[in-house]
Write a protein that binds this ligand. Structure first.
Ligand SMILES: C[S@@+](CC[C@H](N)C(=O)[O-])C[C@H]1O[C@@H](n2cnc3c(N)ncnc32)[C@H](O)[C@@H]1O
Length: 256
């Protein structure tokens, strides 16, 4: 009988934000799949679960799977199929857990593999353990609510055209930028055309919940003067409304 393929969300960075259910699954899985964008790169997800894996009585087999972030759809598809075959072979021998940053169902590499395994190997049981997303963690770190009452919140990933960003912004009260948040300066003119104003509130959260976390909070009109270093692990929250908050400067940026 085939084992289970389990997608585990390990949260945004702080190991204390891993759920009890995820810890149990990480301690019980026979094989832990670690996604990497390049073979030589360290995996942030593996770093987060290191302590949990060290507490196991029997060490798990660690299986590194490389998923380069490329725009070559055909090559990507080929890699997902190959990686799905590796997972399927391993699942014949036991339970295979796939660790993913944040939540597995939100812009995660796990999703492509999951779809491939589901289609090609229907005998494999599938399970998903949700995790704390970087979106909710960024809201907590910046102390800016994602949405309240009737507010609509939209998530904007990278690679959207300016027209699509403008259109999305027109219909949302609050926006979250992922994968492209460090380019926030480029989005300001589009937002100003879509109902946001220079007084709208912005938070840019870099390396959320990690020791090196940086939080910048201010008005959309201030963003131009922010010193933003490029970092893929950044989330920006932009609220149409002006939020009456008091911020003070500290070593990690501007914090409440
Ligand atoms: C491929 S998506 C993965 C999202 C993830 N599945 C989640 O639920 O948060 C990668 C993007 O998530 C965001 N991200 C993930 N971890 C982060 C962190 N610790 N701090 C800030 N942003 C983070 C960044 O926007 C990054 O570009």
């Amino acid at each position: 009988m085939a084992g289970t393929f389990i997608g585990i969300g390990v949260g945004p960075g702080d190991p204390e934000l891993i759920t009890v259910k995820a810890v149990k699954a990480l301690k019980a899985a026979d094989i832990i799949c670690v996604p990497k964008s390049q073979a030589h790169k360290q995996s942030m997800a593996l770093r987060m679960v290191k302590q949990i894996l060290a507490e196991r009585e029997n060490p798990a087999e660690i299986l590194e799977l490389v998923f380069p972030m490329t725009k070559d759809e055909l090559n990507n598809r080929k890699l997902w199929v190959e990686n799905a075959a590796i997972v399927a072979a391993k699942a014949k021998k036991g339970n295979v857990a796939f660790i993913t940053l944040g939540d597995p169902m939100l812009y995660s590499t796990f999703l492509y593999l999951y779809e491939c395994v589901k289609e090609t190997y229907p005998e494999i049981e599938l399970e998903i353990i949700p995790g704390v997303t970087s979106v909710t963690a960024a809201a907590a770190s910046s102390k800016l609510p994602l949405a309240e009452k009737e507010e609509v919140v939209s998530i904007i990933p990278s690679d959207l055209t300016p027209a699509r960003i403008e259109e999305t912004a027109k219909h949302a009260d609050n926006l979250v930028f992922m994968k492209c948040a460090h380019h926030i300066k480029e989005f300001v003119p589009l937002l100003l055309k879509s109902g946001f104003t220079k007084n709208s509130t912005v938070a840019l959260v870099k390396r959320c919940t990690l020791a090196e976390e940086k939080v910048l909070v201010g008005k959309l009109g201030d963003v131009e003067s922010w010193d933003i270093t490029e970092d893929y692990f950044s989330v920006a929250i932009v609220k149409k409304s002006q939020v009456p908050i008091h911020w003070k400067q500290n070593g990690n940026g501007v914090k409440p």
